[in-house]
Design a protein around this ligand. Structure first.
Ligand code: ZN
Length: 421
């Protein structure tokens, strides 16, 4: 990041998308410290006193994007593909830190983690980023992805297992809270991608899930889950999980439960991974046949009916697509918005609202995701109009400015600097 300037900064000549869903409006945005201090619309002018002027030359100014299903420790990123998920820990941590920068380069100023490959990877990384020592998005740090028998994808480690039963779950949640984790991830169901029929297999008992929910509330940590089976979705909705991923087999009762708690919870299909598994993974040995064995085609099919229905019910649905796989590398994250438009019936503007304002609600704890007085100054300046075509966000050359907390991560001169018009 470039150091934050002492003087207030005034963006002028911008077409503002403020995150609310209202149409673009010509305007000016004043940033003071790490916050947006004022927004002017139309012919209104903000004070130029002491401000350094940044001319956007008619480009779109919008909130930074929020990735709702981030895996910064899944190694692969655009241009740097790993064929294994597990690396020696020293390399793995460095690759993870680099992936944070790649995510920010892609316009994502916030990332809500859906699981890490080391218990303390993301705690350490979050603290480095928050301290300003490493570039990266605001991070809600996650624990490992837990199955009862250990962590997903890691070699069996006797220390990684936790005892079963409600007390075992409470102890695990408490231990994670002591580590200062933001979110604990559980796999409440297995998955077709792990074994045939896996999606219908529940991994924890209801008593255990209830204990997880109670202890998380007591310890002040958030809960995230992988949930495919209808019953897994219901358990998560009932016991206070903040974000539910996938949900492919949600039935009518599960949808009712999600709707009843729509002000407290979020869902994210993580559609990017399914899409690339079906269409872009041949070179990695995943033929269409293998993709179907992994449930990708039928899963995507179900989602194309399910998510428009959730949208109709006002359930908060977030982009965020499990990026970090070799065929779905980190850095392509903005493609999820295009998939929301093409598959789930979102307008471009609705997909943008989901990735900004609603994503900011998921991040919680501060005012994130809107261009509004008092919000954190997480800002993109985009050459083009993403409310007409969200694909412009996938072209990093068009992301001419990326600001996080009032400090520039990227600033290319699309425009002259100097006196304001
Ligand atoms: Zn995931």
């Amino acid at each position: 990041m470039l150091p934050r300037e002492d003087a207030p900064m005034l963006f002028v000549n911008a077409q503002v998308f403020d995150g609310s869903g209202r149409p673009l409006f010509p305007g000016e945005v004043l940033v003071r410290g790490d916050r947006i201090a004022a927004v002017a619309k139309g012919s209104e002018r903000l004070s130029r006193d002491d401000a350094s002027i940044i001319d956007c030359a008619g480009a779109t100014l919008m909130p930074g994007l929020v990735e709702a299903h981030a895996h910064l420790s899944w190694p692969s990123s655009v241009g740097r593909i790993f064929d294994s998920f597990t690396l020696p820990p020293e390399e793995h941590m460095l690759v993870t830190a680099r992936n944070a920068r790649v995510t920010l380069d892609a316009g994502f100023t916030s990332a809500y983690s859906a699981g890490a490959f080391g218990v303390r990877f993301e705690i350490a990384l979050r603290d480095e980023i928050d301290g300003g020592w490493l570039p990266g998005p605001r991070l809600r740090a996650s624990s490992l992805e837990r199955l009862p028998e250990g962590a997903l994808g890691l070699p069996a480690d006797p220390n990684a297992a936790h005892p079963r039963g409600p007390q075992g779950m409470r102890d695990y949640v408490k231990a994670m809270a002591r580590e200062r984790i933001d979110s604990i991830k559980f796999l409440l169901s297995s998955d077709e991608a792990f074994k045939p029929g896996g999606s219908q297999e529940l991994t924890y008992t209801e008593e255990e899930v209830a204990a997880i929910g109670e202890q998380a509330r007591e310890s002040g940590v958030w809960l995230a889950c992988h949930a495919q089976a209808a019953q897994a979705v219901k358990l998560a909705a009932k016991h206070g999980f903040r974000i539910l991923y996938h949900c492919s087999y949600a039935d009518a009762e599960a949808l009712d439960m999600l709707e009843a708690r729509r002000d407290e919870l979020f869902v994210a299909p993580a559609v990017g991974l399914l899409w690339s598994r079906i269409h872009e993974a041949e070179a990695f040995g995943i033929t269409r046949e293998v993709a179907e064995q992994m449930g990708a085609l039928s899963g995507l099919d179900r989602m194309c009916t399910l998510y428009p229905e959730m949208k109709k019910r006002g359930i908060r649905i977030l982009p965020g697509g499990d990026y970090g796989f070799p065929y779905n590398p980190i850095g392509r994250n903005a493609r999820d918005l295009e998939l929301f438009v093409n598959l789930f019936g979102f307008t471009s503007t609705e997909a943008l609202v989901a990735a900004t304002k609603t994503g900011g609600e998921l991040m919680g704890r501060d005012r994130i995701g809107m261009v509004k007085s008092g919000s954190l100054a997480d800002i993109l300046v985009v050459n083009g109009d993403p409310t007409r075509d969200v694909r412009v966000l996938q072209d990093q050359a068009r992301l001419t400015m990326i600001m996080k907390g009032g400090a520039f991560h990227k600033r290319t001169s699309i425009a002259r600097e100097g006196t304001a018009p």
